[in-house]
Design a protein around this ligand. Structure first.
Ligand SMILES: C[S@@+](CC[C@H](N)C(=O)[O-])C[C@H]1O[C@@H](n2cnc3c(N)ncnc32)[C@H](O)[C@@H]1O
Length: 504
């Protein structure tokens, strides 16, 4: 089986919760296809071929001079816009012939109700227009896709007869302008023919964030302007200009249209965050995953968030009355984390740190676990969770847990649970991330870990979350049998437990 088909099979199996490697499942809902803005979708905007061979009807509201008599591209803007790089909204105007029904004004609403499926629905276009020659009548504009060849189907004709409306369709000369076209129709008309227009963007507060392909770059300012025009609330459009920065996971970006203000406010799972999108990491596609992890926590639990960003795990956890230790190496993330803790009134429940993840685990995390775990009583249900969302690197940090603590191991229920994120391009991503984690921890996780597919990052790249309780023999330094011997003759020689090799 080639890599592609085995990956496809893996995803199908995974979604069916049938993974081979231990217990695996997909994230609670649609995390691999979260709610992103995909408005530049592929859509031809063409009407069916038969439309062009219509027989002339008896009704004409205007002389028959418009250009679309033989033109099937009803919903395409004027062809003259092709290649435009500076947006000229006037140039999009065109006139097209569409089917319409002439009806008495008293029964317009009955007709609209009965022919709901066939009535024209376009942004900014009236469905009912006046008849300049008869003030007691109106024209109900129909959708030429639904009423091909200017003729209604038998069922619709019958409905009209019941309303005493003559079911004859006439032609109406409809003026279309920039406002009436959808963004994909505009961009399809402007960008070079035959090249892909499809492009997603994610929305972060008032910012639309694009990731344009090379052939789209000459049109980037026009694309930005169209997105802003067509999406109320978006006042700034940016394009990613480099691959993601490896340290702080933020992008370099160019403002394509609108205000040059990247400080924004977002809401996720009913919690507000403020952040500077040019300086910190924020991904609206992770909201389900943040919610999933937070759902696992109960009041009184302790959360260590090693790569916290601006707080999308830490703040909701604190809101659930957990004690939270949140860390981020990026000084801007740290500042926004503090800001968001204050904004959400959880600053007394979150201790924030600005250090490398390794130092955080070896410092505050070790200190807290060493203090709290020995005090836990059997009946106490406090759980300790460690979240590590730095998918490109987090697995490499897992070795820190080796012999992080010394002394008598705590009971199995109290062992901290790690949720470690990773990317994988492997044909069996769950096995891949598990094996990498096992190598870092120096132990097998078979039968004691689970994986969740968080999202599909690229055609051949998955983001996963591996969760496991740290095995006691990994977390605790074993007492050395020959502890009593002089240092020079001991087998265990490391001064620092975290540097010590696992002796098996
Ligand atoms: C992928 S983001 C995740 C942020 C947040 N947890 C979320 O889910 O949106 C990873 C974060 O790790 C931080 N980071 C990168 N390297 C780090 C390191 N060595 N130690 C601590 N934080 C680091 C980045 O600044 C970034 O905020």
């Amino acid at each position: 089986m080639n890599n592609f088909s085995s990956r496809t099979l893996w995803r199908l199996e995974h979604c069916a919760r049938l993974l081979k490697t231990n217990h695996s499942r997909t994230a609670a809902s649609n995390t691999s296809f979260p709610a992103v803005w995909m408005l530049l979708a592929q859509h031809s905007g063409r009407i069916p071929g038969p439309f062009v061979v219509v027989k002339k009807s008896t009704y004409f509201t205007m002389p028959e001079t418009v250009e679309d008599k033989t033109n099937p591209e009803l919903y395409l803007p004027h062809p003259g816009v092709r290649g435009m790089t500076v947006l000229d909204r006037e140039a999009f105007k065109r006139t097209v012939l569409v089917p319409a029904l002439k009806v008495k004004k008293e029964i317009v609403h009955h007709v609209l109700k009965s022919l709901k499926q066939s009535v024209l629905q376009r942004p900014g276009l009236k469905r009912v227009v006046e008849d300049p020659e008869d003030e007691d009548s109106r024209f109900v504009i129909l959708d030429p896709h639904k009423v091909p060849e200017f003729s209604l189907g038998e069922a619709e004709q019958q409905v009209l007869r019941q309303l005493s409306v003559h079911p004859e369709v006439c032609r109406y000369q409809l003026e279309l302008s920039y406002e009436n076209f959808k963004s994909e129709e505009i961009l399809r008309a402007v960008l070079p023919q035959g090249q892909e227009v499809t492009s997603g963007f994610s929305r972060v507060g008032h910012i639309a964030h694009l990731n344009l392909r090379d052939h789209q770059l000459p049109y980037r300012h026009l694309i930005g302007q169209v997105i802003m025009d067509k999406n109320p609330g978006i006042t700034c459009v940016v394009n990613k200009t480099n691959i993601i920065d490896s340290t702080y996971r933020n992008f370099e970006m160019e403002v394509l249209a609108g205000e040059n203000n990247l400080v924004t406010k977002v809401k996720e799972n009913n919690i507000s965050y403020e952040l500077d999108f040019s300086k910190v990491y924020w991904n609206p596609r992770l909201s389900t995953e943040h919610g999933r992890i937070v759902e696992l926590l109960r009041a009184g639990d302790v959360l260590f968030d090693v790569f916290a960003g601006v707080g999308p795990f830490a703040i909701p956890a604190a809101k659930r009355s957990c004690r939270v230790f949140a860390n981020d190496l990026n000084p801007d993330s740290y500042s926004w984390l503090l800001h968001n803790c204050r904004l959400n009134k959880v600053d007394t429940k979150v201790r924030a740190f600005n250090m490398d993840g390794r130092d955080f685990l070896r410092g505050p995390v070790r200190e807290e676990l060493s203090k709290e775990l020995p005090l836990l009583k059997e009946e106490q249900k406090t759980a300790f969770h460690v979240v590590m969302n730095l998918p490109a690197l987090a697995v490499e940090f897992l070795d820190v847990f080796r012999h992080l603590l010394v002394g008598e191991p705590c009971g199995p229920a109290a062992l901290p649970t790690v949720h470690c994120y990773g990317f994988s391009k492997h044909s069996d991503p769950a096995r891949d991330i598990q094996e990498r984690a096992e190598a870092a921890l120096g132990t097998s996780l078979a039968g004691r870990c689970s994986t969740v597919l968080v999202r599909n990052v690229a055609p051949n790249k998955e983001m996963l979350c591996l969760s496991f309780q740290i095995p006691a023999d990994v977390l605790y330094k074993r007492p050395c049998p020959d502890e009593a011997k002089p240092a020079s003759k001991r087998l265990c020689t490391s001064q620092d437990s975290s540097e010590e090799k696992v002796l098996s």
